[in-house]
Design a binder for this molecule. Structure first.
Ligand code: ATR
Length: 345
């Protein structure tokens, strides 16, 4: 880990030369999914504050809004583009209200061009395939991304919600710099195969929803405050009966946090930071005070005993409710057809 501004260190992400802040900023909730969009001037101030504090790794996607989150970043980055590492994603589109995953070359290229315009930049630092199109061999999608690297439109390639075998096949076509996955105290299934595969291949790991989408920050009471449009309202884990069951996990984390003199958010984040120097959590927030609290997690040190204790609170058996509902594709449904079977589009 290197040193950065404001005590926020720097790290190498992957093996191709990308360097980012050891904690990133998830920007999704500023524009979408977690209730109504937040006021633009406030979000621009928050982004500027983050960058000044040394959190320079900014995460967005074309589907956040859709499009408005990238437009927000485009405005926020005026004059500070060179100070940040900008990550966006393609692959989820809505056609007549239906969620369609696309990884065909024409779509990849068109999405990249459109993101570059919205972000108003010449180049995207890290371009992720947000979800895997299971109709297209991964080699075909990565082949197009490779061309975008060669043309200087993107610097590094990432995958999100990809299985170990899909990651392996993709990496054989062009080095994958980072895999983004949900990793937190209550989402640990990635540890079995995906994390070891990334480590074997020298791929950086970006942990999204490290605060359990806010559950480890606010606990069960958060579901009483979700606004109508908040997509957590439809996630199994945030249904009342599951929240009630999972409440004790938060209580245990909160109690341990009190003993350690930190907040539960900081403890949950520190647990992710302690997974290794190749892991970069990207907590999302829309508030400067929460952002400040989250970078405080970097000073929370955990012993192996404390790590085990935390893990015992949130064992797989103890957590009730899936992280997504039925229609959302995850790494579990990310196998793509063999390249040899591909007859073109
Ligand atoms: P995601 O990656 O999906 O954004 P996350 O990082 O696990 O998920 O959690 C984000 C949620 O935690 C947001 O609802 C955020 O709310 P605010 O925008 O109000 O901050 C909440 N959150 C983040 N940091 C927090 C903190 N320190 N205290 C309280 N809530 C926090």
């Amino acid at each position: 880990m290197g040193s950065g501004k404001g005590g926020v260190g720097r790290m190498k992400l992957g093996s191709q030369g990308l360097e980012v802040s050891v904690q990133g900023l998830g920007c999704m909730g500023m524009s979408a999914f977690y209730g109504p969009p937040k006021p633009e001037p406030d979000m621009i101030s928050l982004i500027h504050h983050a960058v000044r504090s040394g959190v320079t790794f900014l995460d967005t996607s074309d589907i956040y809004g859709p499009f408005t989150n990238e437009l927000l970043l485009g405005k926020a980055l005026k004059g500070i583009r060179k100070d940040v590492e900008l990550a966006t994603k393609f692959g989820i589109s809505f056609i007549e209200g239906n969620r369609v995953i696309r990884g065909d070359p024409a779509y990849v290229r068109a999405s990249c061009e459109a993101s570059l315009k919205r972000l108003d930049v010449d180049c995207i630092d890290l371009y992720y395939q947000h979800r895997i199109d299971t109709r297209i061999p991964i080699e075909i999608t990565i082949g197009e991304l490779k061309k975008l690297v060669e043309e200087g439109k993107i610097k590094y390639i990432g995958l999100s919600e990809a299985s170990a075998s899909t990651i392996r096949r993709a990496h054989a076509i062009h080095p994958i710099t980072a895999v983004q996955l949900e990793w937190s105290l209550w989402t640990r299934d990635v540890e079995e195969e995906i994390v070891p595969t990334c480590r074997e291949l020298g791929i950086g790991i970006v942990a999204y929803s490290p605060l359990g989408r806010g559950f480890f920050s606010s606990g069960p009471k958060m579901i009483d405050n979700l606004s109508d449009g908040d997509f957590r309202k439809i996630l199994p884990r945030f249904q009342a009966e599951n929240v009630e069951h999972n409440a004790h996990i938060f209580e245990c984390v909160n109690e341990m946090a009190t003993k350690k003199g930190c907040t539960p958010s900081q403890l949950a984040l520190a647990w992710v930071h302690h997974q290794g120097s190749d892991v970069c959590p990207i907590p999302g927030t829309t508030k400067i005070e929460n952002f400040n609290q989250n970078i405080g997690a970097l000073s929370v040190k955990l012993t192996p005993e404390e790590m085990s204790e935390l893990e015992s609170f949130a064992s797989a058996d103890a957590v009730k409710g899936d992280r997504y509902g039925g229609t959302v594709s995850t790494w579990k449904e990310s196998e793509t057809p063999a390249l040899s079977s591909w007859k073109g589009e």
